[in-house]
Design a protein around this ligand. Structure first.
Ligand SMILES: [Zn+2]
Length: 257
């Protein structure tokens, strides 16, 4: 967690803004969902994916801009100004291919599988829609998350980052957050574990917070996850630890509702 309360607040604001952006993505993507005709999937998939890609291109730009604003603000609050400025980023076109695969798998492929089992095509499309929405949100937010990583790597004062979860993370994200800071080794940039660019699943609401100190405090939620881990999973082999944590986390979450 940030050492400065205003910086900690900036992190929460940033996470919420990226979350609101996710809401806009879903609204947009659902507004063109009818372009994909479940009775003529092969004939309509092309137009549909092109429309969604146009929407996602816009939302990616917003997501990246939000990350830039946040990074600058957070850094200033944590360590002050020192003449460093954000590197200029260009969005790699690789996301379009990844988006296309996500769209085809969660959309037409899934609908065909469901209708193949006898489901009505329109009903099958309704079943597919939520996963399509979640996949597009991840592709949009990936731009902001990739920007965070690029800023962290170019920032000579940044030591690493912390995963900050939303209010109701999955067990996997809670466990990653409980580990606290992930320190970047700038020389092995591409092999870092817990890469903030690709460690996010569909439906994930987590963001990264830069770390400028070797003794960062965990955010309150992550502290709770860490206690849970310590009590139920510490010392176990990796896979057993993951399972033990998940069971404890889910029991804890059920008890809280
Ligand atoms: Zn998450």
């Amino acid at each position: 967690m940030a050492t400065n309360p205003a910086a900690a607040q900036a992190t929460q604001d940033h996470r919420r803004r990226q979350g609101s952006l996710a809401g806009l993505v879903i609204k947009d993507v659902l507004s063109v969902w009818e372009t994909l005709d479940p009775l003529r999937l092969d004939a309509t998939a092309r137009t549909w994916t092109a429309r969604v890609a146009d929407q996602i291109a816009r939302h990616r730009a917003t997501s990246q801009r939000l990350s830039a604003q946040y990074y600058q603000r957070f850094r200033g609050l944590e360590i002050g100004r020192d003449g460093w400025s954000l590197p200029r980023l260009t969005d790699s076109p690789a996301w379009r291919a990844a988006l296309l695969v996500s769209l085809l798998v969660t959309g037409p492929v899934r609908i065909k599988r469901l209708t193949g089992r006898g489901m009505d095509p329109r009903q099958a499309a309704d079943h597919a829609a939520p996963a399509v929405a979640a996949a597009t949100v991840r592709q949009a937010r990936a731009a902001g998350r990739a920007a965070m990583l690029a800023y962290l790597r170019s920032d000579p004062r940044a030591l690493g980052y912390m995963r900050v979860t939303d209010g109701d993370p999955c067990a996997f994200c809670a466990m990653l957050a409980s580990r606290g800071a992930v320190y970047l080794t700038k020389s092995s940039a591409l092999t870092d574990k817990g890469n903030p660019e690709d460690g996010y699943h569909d439906g994930c609401g987590c963001e990264a917070e830069p770390v400028y100190t070797t003794t960062p405090a965990l955010p309150e939620a992550s502290r709770r996850f860490a206690q849970l881990y310590k009590k139920h999973a510490e010392g176990l082999p990796a896979k057993q630890a993951r399972n033990a944590f998940r069971r404890a986390y889910e029991a804890d979450r059920r008890a809280a509702t």
